[in-house]
Ligand binder design. Structure first.
Ligand code: F1P
Length: 346
């Protein structure tokens, strides 16, 4: 299965004239460290990759805001692999970050959606996401495609390095095949999300909480709400809430908790209890069949079960739908939000 998957990736990347992952495989396998540079949604995909690569391939990963990278004299060596992620492939900060890393001798792998874009051309190798054109300014399907490519990379390196056991690899490959059908299922939540959006369309603030693989998803959910509906929203690791943001919680505060069944589930139950005790309005994204968190939540959105490694591919969908419907109800232009550019080239 792995070979066929790898074959598919190589066929894609060769087709698009990027060198592809096969030629890069040994570099990845022998890397001491992987640095990921990106902005916005692509940065959130990079954070998912940090969990994936460290867990499955046991290579240290650092995820950097490309917009900050060059201002702090970063330590980069020839042994580093830098993954630059960008939907548009034109984001000036990401391009500048990869050029800085390249000048210091690092090898650059690109993950871009737009074929022939500036970032794709500046890399040593890479993979296109082929998500199709993002019609709107805010990235949505690009996130899913970026996370998918990064998942495959983590699985391939993990299996090559021997850190990902064959049985576990096989399970993940089989599960990955089920994801398109599960995405379809998650999209059927649309009508339910319209009802939730109706109740929160006039909110002025919103908190998103997640743990583990769902932490970057919490950040992404908050970013989508800010970008297209102009509601102030912040995402936090669920346990970070008690280090400050908990002061914000009262009966007016919607709190979106991404609490699917995974290794951190028990911990997030206690975070939900803390929100409940302060009368926050809980919108819980849970795994189908869960009963513990639904018993405490004001709204429950059930998504299909999957491996925690693949969960961001599903858990982001209700959050994207929620932002979309709230934005439409508020009369915002979801395709062309104010002040935002599709490619931030300055
Ligand atoms: C990065 C990004 C997007 C965001 C908006 C502004 O773009 O921050 O994530 O939704 O469009 O730009 P990119 O480098 O992935 O093209």
């Amino acid at each position: 299965i792995l070979d066929s998957m790898r074959g598919r990736m190589i066929a894609e990347s060769n087709h698009m004239m990027m060198a592809g992952i096969r030629e890069f495989e040994n570099k990845f396998v022998n890397a001491d460290r992987i640095l990921i540079v990106a902005c916005g949604t692509s940065w959130h995909a990079g954070l998912v990759a940090e969990y994936l690569i460290e867990d499955l391939a046991r290579i240290p990963v650092e995820v950097e805001y490309a917009s900050e990278f060059r201002y702090r004299n970063p330590i980069i060596t020839e042994k580093d692999i830098v993954i630059a992620i960008s939907q548009s492939g034109e984001t000036a900060d990401t391009l500048a970050a990869l050029e800085l890393a390249k000048a210091k001798g690092a090898t650059i792998f690109g993950i871009c959606n737009v074929v022939g874009s500036s970032i794709a051309r500046a890399t040593d190798a890479g993979a296109y996401t082929h998500a199709g054109p993002e019609i709107g300014v805010a990235s949505t399907k690009a996130f899913t495609a970026q996370v998918t490519v990064l998942t495959l990379i983590a699985m391939i390196i993990g299996s090559k390095r021997g850190t990902l056991e064959t049985t576990k690899l096989h399970e993940l490959m089989v599960e990955l095949e089920t994801i398109p059908a599960k995405v379809e299922q998650a999209l059927k939540l649309n009508d339910q999300i319209v009802e939730i959006a109706e109740q929160y369309k006039d909110a002025t603030n919103c908190i998103y909480l997640g743990r583990g693989y769902n932490f970057p998803v919490a950040l992404e959910g908050a970013l989508k709400l800010k970008e297209i509906s102009y509601i102030h929203a912040e995402g936090y690791p669920a346990a970070e809430m008690k280090h400050g943001p908990i002061a914000l919680i009262d009966e007016q505060m919607p709190v979106v908790v991404i609490a699917t069944k995974d290794s951190s589930y028990e911990k997030i139950v206690s975070n939900v209890q803390e929100v409940k005790a302060r009368k926050g309005k809980i919108i819980a994204i849970v795994t189908e069949g869960d009963t513990t968190i639904p018993a405490m939540a004001d709204h429950v959105v059930e998504i299909p079960e999957t491996s925690e490694h693949l969960m961001p591919l599903l858990s982001v969908i209700p959050l994207q739908l929620l932002s979309y419907h709230i934005a439409v109800m508020r009369g915002c232009n979801v395709d062309q939000p104010r002040n935002l550019a599709k490619s931030v080239t300055v």
